[in-house]
Design a protein around this ligand. Structure first.
Ligand SMILES: *[C@@H]1O[C@H](CO)[C@@H](O)[C@H](O)[C@H]1NC(C)=O
Ligand SMILES: CC(=O)N[C@H]1CO[C@H](CO)[C@@H](O)[C@@H]1O
Length: 729
C-alpha cells in the first residue's frame, strides 16, 4: 500500500519526462499515435479544407485563406500540380498561379497549417491526373506501377518538391507550416487491380517518401496497405466507420466531399450543409481527429486544365467558399458554428475515448469523459423522424439525421440540422447594358495542301499527334464519287458512319458543317451516322476532333484513347460499303487561329476581321474579339455565355477556360449520391439549363480600360448576347 503510493507519483513524473525527451530528441515536431496528431507536444483535433492554388489567382489567395481561417479551419490542404510545374521535361514553372511557395507562405502568415499532397498522381479532375503529357512518351514508361522510367520520374519530381519546401524551411520540423505530406493518391483500388507489381510499387514509393526525411508524417489516402510509418486515411462522403490499419495511427479523413464537381452535360451538384455537418460530427464522435473538406474552395479550371471526363470549367464543388471567392451561405456559417463547438469540446475529445450508449432505436450517445473534461455527442440516425433523448436528466430534441454537440455534457451548443442565419444566395447582376462591339473571323476547314499537315495511310490516335498542345486535330480525306453516285437514292443520301473514341466531333463535307456529336461523362465515345450530300468528283471530308482534356483516373489511364479511330465507312453507294478507315488521311494539329496566336495581345496582322452588321452569327468555327473596360468596384466578374455553343475564351491573352453552355444538363440535381438523406435525383431548379453558363473572369487579369476578349466558337452561337455580370451576395 505504502510502496505503491510512493511509486505512483513517480510514474506521473517520469513518463511525461521521457515523452518530452523523446520529442526533443527526434527532429520531428509532428508525431502521432492512435488518438491524434501531436504537434510540438500538443494533441490536436484538426479541421482542414482543400484549396488548390492554380484554381484561383494569387490575388485571391489572401482573402480565401482569411475566409477559411474565419470559417474555423486549422489546416489548408492542397495537391501539387506536376503538369503545371513541369510543362516540358526539365523546364520548371513556379510563377503566378503555380507559385506554390508563395501560397504556403501566405497560409503560414495567416497562422494556419498546411497538408501538402505531392502525389504526384493527384486525380483531382485535373488534366491527366496531374501528370505532364510528355511523361507518357518517355521510352518504356508505364504509369503507377513497378516500372523503372516511371519510378525515376516520380522520384525526381517528388524530391524536387520536398527539397524546395526544405530550402524555404516550410516543414513544421523546420518551423514551417507543413504538418503532413501525402505520397501517391487513392492507390488502393489500382494496387488491388494489378496485384504483384502494384504491391512492389507501393513498397518502393513508401520507402522513397520516408527516405526524404521531411520530419513530418506521410499519409496515403484510400489505401489500406500503407506500410508503417505512413498513415492510411479515408476519402468519401462518410468515414465514421473507417479504421486505420494499425491502432497506433490516428483516424483521419482526407477528403470529405462538400459537394461534387460539375461536368458539362451533367447536373449541378448540391450537398446540403445539414448532411455535410452530420457526416463531420459523426466522424469526430467516432474518434476522428483530422477532418478535411474537399473542397473548402473549389475554384476554376482555367485554360485547358479540366480533365477528360467532361469536367466543366467551374470547379465550384458547392464548397463553403464559392468559385468566385464569396462565402456560400448557410454552408460557411453553419460549418463555422460547428467548428466552434468542436473546439470547445477539444480538451474532452483529446482526454478520453468515447463511451457509447444506445438510448433507443437509431439513437446513439458518445461521451468523452475524463477527470477534468466532458463532452457529449447525441445522434439521431433516423432519416425521417425527429427524436427526444434524455441525457444526464435533461431532454434534448434531435431532428432527423442529426447530431447535437454538448461540449460540457450539459449545453447543446450546436445541432447539425438546426441551421440558423441567412440563407443568402449570391446573384449574377448584369454590369453593362448593350452588347459588346464584336469583330469576327471564320476559320476555314483545312486542305491537304495546307502547311503543317502530314499524311498517313489510316487513322491515328489524337493525343499521339497533338501531344495535347491543342484540343483540336483535323482528320481530312478525299472521297471520289463517280458521276452516277452520291445523290439521292431511294430518298436517301449516302451515309457517312464514323466511330470515335471522343470527345467531340464536328463533321464537315466539302467545307460545310454536316453535324456535331459528342460523348458524355460516363462514356466519352461517340458515333456519327448521317446522310451526306456528295458531288460527282472529289469530295473533301474534314473531321475536327476535339478533346475535352485527358483522363485523370483509372488503371493505366495513360492508355485511354482519344480521337477518330474508326471505322469510317460510306454506305449506300452502288459499290456497297466503302471503307475509308485505311485510306490516306491528312492531319493538322490545332486551329489556324491558334497558330496565328489571334487570341493573344499581339494578335496577327494576317487575319481580316469583319465588323458591324456583317459579324458572323451562328456560324461554326468562328473567332470573335472585342475590347472592354473593367467595371468599377470589387465584385467578382463573369461572362454570361448562355447564347454560345462550345469553345474557349481568352481575356488579355489568358485562357479563362473552355465554354460549353450548349451542353444542356438534366437540371440541378437534388442529390445524386451526395448524401444519405438527400439521395433523390430530382431537379431542384434551373432544370434544362446549361451545366455552366457563367465563366469567371479574374479581376487581376484586367486593366481599367482596353481589355481584349477573344472567343473561339466551334458550333455557332450568338455573341451579341454575351454579357459581363458581377457576383454579389
Ligand atoms: C475509439 O478508439 C478506441 C481505442 O482504439 C476504441 O477502443 C473504441 O472502440 C473507438 N470508439 C469508436 C466509437 O470508434
Ligand atoms: C472514389 C472517388 O470517387 N474518388 C474521388 C474522390 O474525390 C476526389 C475529388 O473529387 C476525386 O478526385 C476522386 O476521384
Amino acid at each position: 500500500m505504502r510502496k505503491n503510493s510512493n511509486i505512483l507519483p513517480l510514474i506521473f513524473i517520469i513518463i511525461p519526462l521521457l515523452w518530452i525527451l523523446f520529442i526533443s530528441s527526434s527532429s520531428a515536431s509532428v508525431i502521432y499515435d492512435g488518438k491524434s496528431l501531436i504537434i510540438n507536444g500538443q494533441r490536436r483535433i484538426l479541421i482542414s479544407g482543400s484549396i488548390h492554388y492554380p484554381r484561383s489567382t494569387p490575388q485571391m489567395w489572401p482573402d480565401l485563406i482569411k475566409k477559411a481561417k474565419d470559417g474555423g479551419l486549422d489546416v489548408i490542404q492542397t495537391y501539387v500540380f506536376w503538369n503545371g510545374h513541369e510543362p516540358s521535361q526539365g523546364n520548371y514553372y513556379f510563377e503566378e498561379r503555380y507559385d506554390l511557395v508563395k501560397f504556403i507562405k501566405l497560409i503560414h502568415q495567416a497562422g494556419l497549417y498546411v497538408h501538402i499532397r505531392i502525389g504526384p498522381f493527384i486525380c483531382a479532375e485535373w488534366n491527366f491526373g496531374g501528370f505532364p503529357v510528355w511523361l507518357k512518351y518517355v521510352q518504356g514508361i508505364e504509369f503507377r506501377t513497378d516500372n523503372g522510367p516511371f519510378k525515376a520520374a516520380m522520384e525526381k519530381f517528388t524530391t524536387k518538391i520536398v527539397d524546395m519546401m526544405k530550402s524555404e524551411n516550410l516543414f513544421a520540423s523546420q518551423g514551417g507550416p507543413i504538418i503532413l505530406s501525402q505520397i501517391e493518391n487513392e492507390y488502393g483500388p489500382v494496387e488491388w487491380d494489378i496485384g504483384a507489381p502494384g504491391k512492389a510499387y507501393t513498397k518502393w514509393f513508401s520507402e522513397m517518401a520516408v527516405g526524404l526525411n521531411t520530419g513530418v508524417p506521410w499519409v496515403m489516402c484510400k489505401q489500406e496497405t500503407a506500410p508503417d510509418p505512413i498513415i492510411d486515411t479515408c476519402n468519401g462522403f462518410y468515414c465514421e466507420n473507417f479504421k486505420p490499419n494499425k491502432n497506433y495511427k490516428p483516424k483521419m479523413f482526407t477528403e470529405n466531399w462538400t459537394g461534387w464537381y460539375t461536368a458539362f452535360g451533367g447536373a449541378v451538384p448540391y450537398r446540403p450543409v445539414e448532411d455535410l455537418a452530420f457526416s463531420v460530427a459523426r466522424f469526430i464522435q467516432n474518434n476522428g481527429s483530422f477532418m478535411n473538406y474537399y473542397m473548402f474552395h473549389g475554384g476554376t479550371n482555367f485554360g485547358r486544365t479540366g480533365s477528360g471526363l467532361f469536367v466543366a470549367t467551374s470547379y465550384d464543388y458547392d464548397a463553403p467558399i464559392d468559385e468566385y471567392g464569396l462565402i456560400r451561405e448557410p454552408k460557411w456559417s453553419h460549418l463555422r458554428n460547428m467548428h466552434k463547438a468542436i473546439k470547445q469540446a477539444e480538451p474532452a475529445l483529446l482526454s478520453a475515448y468515447p463511451t457509447v450508449s444506445w438510448p433507443g432505436k437509431n439513437l446513439e450517445v458518445h461521451v468523452f469523459q475524463s477527470k477534468r473534461y466532458c463532452a457529449a455527442f447525441l445522434a439521431n440516425y433516423d432519416s425521417e423522424n425527429s427524436a427526444t433523448v434524455t441525457f444526464w436528466n435533461k431532454q434534448y430534441n434531435l431532428p432527423a439525421w442529426s447530431v447535437s454537440i454538448l461540449p460540457d455534457c450539459k449545453t447543446e451548443v450546436f445541432n447539425t440540422a438546426k441551421v440558423y442565419g441567412l440563407r443568402r444566395h449570391a446573384k449574377m447582376i448584369p454590369v453593362s447594358s448593350g452588347s459588346f462591339p464584336w469583330q469576327s473571323y471564320i476559320e476555314q476547314t483545312v486542305s491537304a495542301d495546307d502547311s503543317d499537315t502530314f499524311t498517313n495511310a489510316g487513322l491515328l490516335e489524337q493525343v499521339d499527334i497533338t501531344r495535347d498542345s491543342s484540343d483540336y486535330l483535323w482528320y481530312t480525306s478525299n472521297v471520289y464519287i463517280k458521276s452516277d453516285e452520291g445523290f439521292l437514292k431511294n430518298g436517301q443520301y449516302p451515309f457517312l458512319n464514323i466511330m470515335s473514341a471522343g470527345h467531340v466531333l464536328h463533321v464537315f463535307v466539302n467545307g460545310r458543317l454536316s453535324g456535331t456529336v459528342y460523348g458524355s461523362l460516363t462514356d466519352t465515345r461517340l458515333s456519327f451516322s448521317q446522310g451526306i450530300k456528295l458531288v460527282a468528283g472529289v469530295n473533301k471530308i474534314s473531321l475536327l476532333s476535339v478533346s475535352v482534356g485527358l483522363a485523370n483516373v483509372g488503371t493505366h489511364f495513360e492508355w485511354y484513347k482519344t480521337g477518330v479511330l474508326g471505322p469510317v465507312t460510306l454506305n449506300g453507294l452502288n459499290e456497297g460499303t466503302r471503307d475509308l478507315t485505311k485510306q490516306k488521311w491528312s492531319y493538322k494539329v490545332g486551329l489556324k487561329g491558334e497558330s496565328l496566336s489571334i487570341h493573344t495581345l499581339a494578335g496577327s496582322s494576317s487575319v481580316e476581321w469583319i465588323q458591324g452588321s456583317l459579324v458572323a452569327v451562328k456560324q461554326p468555327l468562328t473567332w470573335y474579339k472585342t475590347i472592354f473596360n473593367e467595371p468599377t468596384g470589387n465584385d467578382p466578374l463573369a461572362l454570361d455565355m448562355s447564347t454560345m455553343g462550345k469553345g474557349e475564351i481568352w481575356v488579355n491573352g489568358k485562357s479563362i477556360g473552355r465554354h460549353w453552355p450548349g451542353y444542356i444538363a438534366k437540371g440541378n440535381c437534388g442529390n445524386c449520391n451526395y448524401a444519405g438523406l438527400y439521395n433523390e435525383n430530382k431537379c431542384l431548379s434551373d432544370c434544362g439549363q446549361p451545366s455552366q453558363k457563367w465563366y469567371h473572369v479574374p479581376r487581376s487579369w484586367l486593366k481599367p480600360t482596353g481589355n481584349l476578349l477573344v472567343v473561339f466558337e466551334e458550333m455557332g452561337g450568338d455573341p451579341s448576347r454575351i454579357s459581363l455580370v458581377k457576383r454579389q451576395l
